[in-house]
Ligand binder design. Structure first.
Ligand code: TRP
Length: 334
């Protein structure tokens, strides 16, 4: 990595399996980012603790997420791919920044309000300060650019506010990051209800394509995708959200434009179109799945990458943390 590139930071929570939405909306784009940026990608396992986890499954899922990152093409030789919880500076900076964040601004976070409603029995303080931990992730690495989904926009804004507040008090300590929402914002919607985002936590088994679904499952789920009652493959998100979502997915894996897709399926029924989408997606995911199986069969490569990248992340993070400690007046570490 060269010094003149800006730093990019992103990550995903270590819960459940990834969906086609995570892949097309994020992961697939991350793979190319190193050409322009020095990239850090975390497995965000500390954030996952805001919701109760089964320890055995959680540990497995975190490792699987790492393997999926790599299988999707995120090269751990040129990107710093690591575990958030392996770098203790995240939690330390989060505490310090907690003291520079107001209850009022955290109460306004829509994600907090949503999650508090969903997990009524466990509205813990971590859920409330989640955005501060996220700000710490980003600010520790002096990231200039943060690719995220539009649902994280508010968290990026509070990160910027915290960074600016701190800088105003102590001088230029943090780079103030910009969100990066991607070119086409490939937002993949649920196959069962195209008004909702495709989500791994959806109860409906047919709503989401998982990256580890086999070919038959993928094709079956696309066959069952909810569409409309006319029979024309035409892009119109308002009146034809189901078909438009399938067109987005198909276009995203084949690089075809809406017009090309409309032409390709002119006079053909939805059955043919859905099958084509299913096959194209299965084809796209086959190499990823093969790589994933290989990585899990022999974990030495992954283990070695984790170790090296944890170390690298620790070095970068410690540099910022030391500066912050000094600025706020904590005594020197011996
Ligand atoms: N909150 C993010 C999400 O759910 C995950 C995340 C945690 C993150 N820390 C981050 C994303 C830092 C980007 C940068 O999608």
């Amino acid at each position: 990595m060269s010094d003149d590139k800006q730093i990019l930071y992103s990550g995903m929570q270590a819960t459940g399996s990834l969906t086609l939405g995570n892949y097309l909306g994020a992961l697939k784009n991350w793979v190319k980012m190193h050409e322009e940026y020095d990239c850090y990608y975390g497995v965000m396992d500390l954030h996952s603790l805001t919701v109760r986890q089964d320890p055995v499954k959680f540990r497995q899922n975190a490792k699987k997420l790492y393997a999926l990152y790599v299988a999707a093409g995120l090269d751990p030789e040129i990107n710093c791919v690591y575990f958030q919880s392996h770098v203790s500076a995240h939690a330390e900076l989060a505490w310090i920044l907690d003291c520079f964040t107001y209850m009022g601004e955290l109460s306004r976070m829509t994600q907090f309000k949503d999650k508090a409603q969903k997990h009524e029995d466990n509205v813990n303080a971590g859920l409330f300060t989640y955005p501060v931990l996220m700000a710490s992730d980003i600010l520790l690495y002096q990231a200039a650019v943060v690719p995220v989904g539009i649902d994280q926009k508010q968290h990026l804004e509070i990160t910027r506010d915290i960074a600016e507040r701190f800088n105003n008090l102590y001088g230029d300590v943090f780079t103030v990051p910009e969100p990066y929402f991607g070119e086409n914002g490939a937002k993949v919607m649920s196959l069962a209800d195209p008004s909702k985002k495709m989500s791994k936590s959806d109860e409906n088994q047919n709503a989401a394509i998982l990256l580890i679904d086999d070919r038959d499952t993928i094709i079956r789920k696309f066959k069952r995708a909810v569409t409309d009652s006319d029979a024309e493959v035409r892009y119109d998100p308002d009146t034809k959200p189901g078909i438009s979502n399938l067109m987005e997915i198909y276009g995203s894996v084949t690089d075809k434009s809406s017009e090309e897709i409309e032409k390709e399926f002119q006079g053909k029924g939805y059955g043919d179109f859905k099958l084509a989408v299913g096959e194209a997606v299965a084809d796209e995911l086959t190499p990823l799945q093969q790589k994933y199986e290989e990585l899990l069969a022999d974990k030495t490569y992954i283990e070695e990458c984790i170790k090296r990248n944890d170390e690298k992340a620790r070095r970068a993070a410690t540099k910022t943390l030391r500066k912050v400690r000094r600025k706020v007046g904590l005594t020197d570490l011996s």
